[in-house]
Design a protein around this ligand. Structure first.
Ligand code: C5P
Length: 421
């Protein structure tokens, strides 16, 4: 089982907007929730419609807005019970004093209060009101009741208020609220992945991107690797419940959610950090980095000056990181990559043996449509002989999909190992 923690397209949020000037912020909140991929349906009280129109929310959410409890037309579409079942989270923002009081009292005289009673989904309220109304004893009493009833109350912020007062009662910014929602689902999914994911409990170290081998303080030798495949694998491993450390060469990619990233530059630094990670504990080592085969024998201390028609730079071989790790006594499950332009399978199978790997994924970089800078890839995966597993062809797909299939291949191999007798 694996979970894509970056996309929430299967999660449904009901954003309930009640009467308060902060309702204008809820329009932006819909946008931010949609940006994260959530499905959003908006419920509005009559009070809310005095501040902002349903049409605004309909346009932003891409769904009809729900306003009435006793509307035959609305009930024929998605009535309050369906809405209550549809929701994975009900977020009331802004939550007025009146709505909070209704929730506390258990009234069911409009769509939102009825929905509140009818849903099994978690309910969050973000109160927004005048500071004196916030501090009023009945409001605090009602909020305590809501907390006792299991509602999550998002504390209002202090500051200047639309009414001219200064104090507690401002609704947090929409970006903050949307992030809290995202983090909630992220943590919930992570908890499931850590228990049931394909790589639950495994520590995975991944090398990614190119290495950079200095010639002098301003120049270097490198290659065109973008790191995309390694980063996609890091994200997939994390979604599968693993603890992931990504040893990244110089690339301009965002760190995947939940992944620990350590930036390295040269092959020597990448090897040092790999050895260090091995000492810290590693179950699976995935080498996607395009490590420079050679480095400059003697890096010039100062910038090399232009002189003569030729310049000779002497190179020495870099250590093979994946092969070095595979030779260690407490070696993890070793996954290598091979990018070839011909005899792809033959060379890859040779590398599997020569580098003492458990698994190798190879691709044909002579194909213009896949590989290095492309967002797509296609691979063939080979397993070491002792696994007695058939090779797997991973058809052309996005690097994310290929990464997911690689996680499955690693999981299958880890569970298929034939121990020598
Ligand atoms: O020998 P070749 O470079 O084709 O091998 C590719 C595989 O070996 C990749 O998994 C790559 O990350 C790894 N490698 C390495 N250290 C090197 C060279 C390659 O870990 N110096």
């Amino acid at each position: 089982m694996s979970f894509d923690l970056s996309v929430f397209s299967n999660k449904n949020i009901i954003l309930a907007v009640t009467g308060g000037i902060a309702a204008y912020k809820s329009a932006i909140l819909v946008r931010r929730l949609k940006d994260y991929g959530f499905n959003v349906r908006v419920v509005m009280t009559h009070g809310a419609q005095a501040f902002i129109t349903p049409l605004t929310f309909q346009a932003l959410s891409g769904n009809p807005v729900h306003t009435e409890l006793l509307d035959p037309e609305a009930e024929a579409g998605m009535g309050h019970i369906e809405l209550a079942r549809w929701a994975d989270l009900v977020l009331v923002a802004p939550a007025s004093c009146d709505t909070i009081a209704k929730f506390a009292a258990g009234l069911a005289d409009d769509l939102l209060s009825t929905l509140y009673l009818a849903t099994k989904a978690p309910v969050w309220v973000a109160p927004a009101m005048n500071q004196q109304m916030w501090a009023a004893k009945p409001t605090q009493r009602n909020l305590n009741t809501l907390v006792e009833d299991g509602v999550h109350v998002i504390m209002p912020e202090a500051g200047s208020q639309a009414c001219g007062d200064v104090g507690l009662g401002r609704m947090p910014e929409p970006e903050d609220l949307a992030e809290q929602v995202k983090n909630y689902f992220h943590q919930a999914q992570r908890a499931i992945a850590e228990k049931f994911g394909l790589l639950a409990g495994k520590r995975v170290v991944i090398t990614a991107g190119p290495t950079r081998e200095a010639i002098d303080p301003v120049r270097y030798i490198s290659n065109h690797s973008t790191g995309k495949m390694g980063f996609a694998i890091a994200a997939a491993c994390y979604s599968a419940g693993a603890k992931v450390t990504l040893l990244a060469g110089p690339v301009s990619l965002d760190t995947p959610n939940g992944v620990r990233r350590i930036n390295v530059s040269s092959a020597i630094k990448m090897l040092d950090e790999s050895m260090h990670q091995l000492e810290e504990g590693c179950d699976v080592f995935i080498a996607t980095a395009a490590v420079a085969d050679y480095r400059v024998a003697e890096v010039a201390e100062h910038k090399i000056k232009k002189a003569g028609d030729e310049l000779n730079v002497s190179l020495v071989k870099n250590p093979d990181i994946v092969a070095t790790i595979a030779q260690q006594s407490k070696r993890p499950f070793m996954v290598g990559f091979a990018a070839e332009t011909r005899n792809v399978e033959e060379y890859a199978a040779g590398k599997l043996i020569a580098k003492k790997l458990d698994m190798i994924a190879c691709n044909d970089v002579s194909r213009a449509d896949i590989g290095f800078a492309s967002d797509q890839n296609a691979m063939t995966v080979f397993f070491a002989e002792q696994y007695q597993m058939e090779k797997r062809d991973l058809e052309k797909a996005s690097k994310q999909e290929i990464a997911q299939q690689l996680v499955e291949a690693i999981h299958d191999a880890l569970n298929h190992k034939i121990e020598p007798v």
